[in-house]
Ligand binder design. Structure first.
Ligand SMILES: Cc1cc2nc3c(=O)[nH]c(=O)nc-3n(C[C@H](O)[C@H](O)[C@H](O)COP(=O)(O)O)c2cc1C
Length: 226
């Protein structure tokens, strides 16, 4: 079995919706087990360093790890930063070297400086010696027929992003297309990691014509939301 873990922090649950979507995508790949692990402030010690042995064991065992957190003040949320600093033990022994890595984030604004959060997750993965898997879908919402239903409507290449409107209840805050984007990423990530671990065929899905791809993906988003 190929093992993928998704480790994330979400204060009030909005980023959690994207985490669940990424997890759904990874878990539906045959031959892959996917663990969804939430970082909570109770795991921080008095020096604000994160520690949780069970989570650490699962991460150590995984072939690929997807990191996710809320964007706050244009950067990773504090508990997730504490988690990253708490990974000093595997850093010291290059324990995660050559595992696959990826990342996602969520915030309230359309932009909200989410790219900075993903860059920080990428730098963390590089410090851990990991191999980053990017989004892999062209940007949506960049053509005349585009709309909120486009997959990758926030146009992120590093990894999936979601926007959750601040005034709506958690479960209504995020457009379904952002969650489909997360699912697609989780599935792509798991397929790549499985291929690396188990070998076999690897058919690459390519959508090169922007208008056609956005329309196809919008259809997929609408079907998944129905
Ligand atoms: C202290 C604070 C800082 C924030 N900074 C940003 C920000 O830089 N960009 C943004 O788009 N939203 C920002 N937000 C909004 C959150 O990202 C948004 O509410 C998010 O959906 C919360 O996710 P969660 O439910 O997973 O905790 C901020 C909110 C708070 C409370």
């Amino acid at each position: 079995m190929t093992k993928v873990a998704i480790v994330y922090h979400s204060g009030s649950g909005r980023t959690g919706l994207l985490a669940q979507a990424v997890h759904r995508g990874a878990a539906r790949v045959e031959g892959v087990t996917a663990d969804l692990l939430r970082i909570v402030p109770e795991q921080l010690d008095r020096r604000t360093r994160w520690r949780d042995e069970e989570t650490m064991r699962t991460l150590q065992d995984a072939d690929g790890v997807i990191f996710g957190c809320t964007t706050l003040m244009g950067m990773p949320s504090a508990p997730f930063k504490a988690f990253m600093e708490g990974c000093f033990d595997p850093w010291w022994v290059q324990g995660w070297k050559d595992k696959f890595a990826g990342g996602f984030t969520n915030s309230a604004s359309l932009n909200g400086d989410k790219t900075n959060t993903l860059i920080q997750l990428l730098v963390f993965a590089a410090q851990m010696g990991m191999i980053w898997i990017p989004m892999g879908d062209h940007p949506g919402a960049n053509w005349s027929g585009a709309g909120v239903d486009d997959v990758n409507r926030l146009g992120s290449f590093l990894g999936p992003m979601s926007q959750s409107l601040a005034d709506l209840p958690v479960e209504q805050a995020t457009p379904p297309s952002d969650l489909v984007t997360g699912e697609r990423y989780g599935e792509r990530f798991a397929r790549i990691v499985r291929h690396w671990v188990q070998g076999g065929e690897f058919p690459t899905e390519r959508y090169v014509d922007k208008a056609t791809s956005a329309a196809r993906l919008r259809q997929a988003a609408a079907t998944a939301a129905a």
